[in-house]
Design a protein around this ligand. Sequence first.
Ligand code: GSH
Length: 206
Amino acid sequence: MAKVKIYGVPRSRAFRALWLAKELGLDYENVMVDFAGGETRQPAYLTINPNGHVPAIDDNGFVLWESMAINLYLAKKYGLGTLYPKDLEGEARTWQWSFWGMTELERHVLTAMFNRAIYPEDKRDAAAADAAEQELQHPLGVLDTAVTKAPYLIGDDFTAADLNVAAILSWARPARIDFGKFPKAADWLSRCALRPAAKAARDLQR
Ligand SMILES: N[C@@H](CCC(=O)N[C@@H](CS)C(=O)NCC(=O)O)C(=O)O
């Protein structure tokens, strides 16, 4: 069996797949396609992901793109019964939280992060960042309530659902999102971020 190839530098959304690979103890190879240098748009890479984005994976000839699809696939294939629930309802909850993270959180966290930390200072739009943080108030309340009822999103144990949402919220710190009103969500996020596999994936970003 060849190693699973994970395309994308660790400071990109490939971080999500790398964190999962570390959780799973997967034998993987990280192919350093860097979006900053335009490598995602080179013809060779476009045969892997025609969208010109990272991450993508190649699992023994099976090529897949979209970070959440990648993580759901890898977690089900290599972590069934541990990181990925075996029952239909648990699987559906994993999808629910993963799609929720992408649709309810991601854009707003990114907008705040770019306008508070990434763009050159003279290009930052403070009002756009504040509006994005405002948009996050309701979904962060939803998250806070969910992790008040149970330690993790699907119950007592950390699963791919937690990883996928926490990976999106790993941008919340540079985005300077205030979790003051969401103490349970803040506690859940730090429990996720302190996992050895999360730390190991962050180390790849240095
Ligand atoms: N929805 C996609 C978004 C992927 C994406 O936009 N990736 C960025 C890096 S984090 C990228 O490849 N940007 C370079 C480009 O679009 O050329 C996913 O979650 O996989």
